[in-house]
Design a binder for this molecule. Structure first.
Ligand code: ADP
Ligand code: MG
Length: 258
């Protein structure tokens, strides 16, 4: 059975793409078969795997708007067990095109149906908005992982995000539980980071939604994409690599399949 996880936060720069790329890589290295679906027209996840977004024959756009089968857009990365449906700028018009279609919110779900049985985990990377693509991702997903950056106003916008999740649940009868809240870009030397951690524990600790794993601010995580590599390949010993391996383990534990 595959599990589809949307990594979502309408705030830019909170570590969504970094989380998708490095968690997916960690799970693949642990032997799971994993698919990354790049739903961001900026295509940062695509380029993080060293794929040239301007040289793509088929993308997620062709799979959801065009009439190619999704399998044609699903390509291997250089990492064993890890595949990607890449994206590029063509996806930027997809929101408008999708909203003109009947039942537009279920199109991604239907698109992914054909590849679903092939993977243990499918991670959806999203742009920083709560638009049509996000609604499609919610309907297509089994759960949502929310990265939150350790900074001022960290929780701002999270209420809107949770509202969107609830609206989709009520209106489209498609509940998407929160898989976990992930504290990212954490700097243990700063009081601010510690304060945000405390705040998150207050909000989400009791419901067990907060992942125990914390992702530290680590320069290697920021450097790796410019080499077209996930951090685990770029620098296996870095604290960033270790943190995402730990997160992958925690996800497996939560799923009871470690
Ligand atoms: P989003 O997808 O939410 O916009 P990204 O994952 O692209 O966020 O991260 C934003 C920027 O911060 C990128 O340049 C990325 O390399 C960097 N970054 C993300 N997480 C970390 C981290 N834990 N430590 C250092 N840099 C990070
Ligand atoms: Mg991103």
């Amino acid at each position: 059975m595959s599990e589809v996880i949307a990594v979502m936060n309408q705030k830019g720069g909170c570590g969504k793409t970094t989380t998708v790329v490095n968690t997916a890589t960690s799970l693949a290295v642990m032997g799971k078969s994993v698919l990354v679906v790049d739903m961001d027209p900026q295509a940062n996840a695509t380029t993080s795997f060293g794929i040239d977004k301007n040289e793509l024959e088929n993308t997620i756009y062709d799979a959801i708007i065009g009439d190619i089968n999704v399998k044609k857009a699903t390509i291997p990365t250089f990492i064993k067990n890890l595949f990607i449906i890449p994206s590029n700028i063509s996806l930027s018009g997809a929101g408008v095109e999708l909203s003109q279609k009947e039942n537009y919110h279920i199109i991604l779900k239907e698109t992914l149906n054909d590849v679903m049985p092939l993977f243990d985990y499918i991670f959806i990377d999203l742009p920083p908005s709560l638009g049509v693509l996000t609604v499609n991702a919610l309907v297509a997903s089994d759960s949502v992982l929310i990265p939150i950056q350790a900074e001022y106003y960290a929780l701002e916008g999270v209420a809107d995000l949770i509202n969107t999740i609830k609206l989709v649940e009520q209106r489209l009868k498609s509940p998407t539980p929160i898989k976990g809240i992930l504290l990212t870009l954490y700097d243990k030397r700063t009081r601010l980071s510690r304060d945000v951690h405390k705040e998150l524990k207050n909000y989400f600790g009791k419901s067990n939604l907060l992942f125990k794993t914390i992702i530290p601010r680590n320069i290697r995580l920021a450097e790796a994409p410019s080499f077209g590599k996930p951090c685990l390949i770029y620098d296996p010993e870095s604290t960033g690599t270790k943190a995402y391996l730990k997160l992958a383990k925690e996800i497996l534990e939560r799923d009871g399949s470690d």
